[in-house]
Design a protein around this ligand. Sequence first.
Ligand code: AMP
Length: 173
Amino acid sequence: MDLKSLIRDIPDFPKPGILFRDITTLLRDPEGLRSSIDLFAQKVKDAGLRTEYVVGIESRGFIVGAPLAYQLGAGFIPVRKPGKLPAAVHSIEYALEYGTDCLEIHQDALHPGARVLIVDDLIATGGTATATARLVQKIGCKLEGFGFIIELRDLQGRKHLPEDVPIITLVEY
Ligand code: AMP
């Protein structure tokens, strides 16, 4: 199935010069949604990744990560923006183009040695995924892989991710 044809391009969103890759048109298509998750799960299995937990990044990483975890027989763990998680958290600050951002995970969500797949809808510069990887590695987890529906290759985000960790992608631009 041609997943790319279901992804919509919105120029100049959220600010001038950004070409936003909108997956809502993929998600609303019943066959597109099913094919995306099935293909994602198949690629994770083909890569030999043994995933105990899918860690999804707020918020589009939740939409993709939860059904993927279900399909893989794994648990799902949300990484959220500050102040959203109710129990004790680990936090990580990371640099944006202008200023900084922060992500949090429940301290008791993962145990050292847990096998983790980090998932988001899209990798651009890789800053978000790198910060999430640090969060997970701080707990002492085994990073099995990263998974994204979309990779924006020009931005070379994969260069910033830890070496030797497999990266699964479905659609590239
Ligand atoms: P980055 O940290 O630069 O890899 O950015 C990844 C995060 O920003 C993901 O959560 C994406 O959903 C979002 N994002 C960045 N660039 C785009 C884009 N061109 N279209 C849609 N989402 C984007």
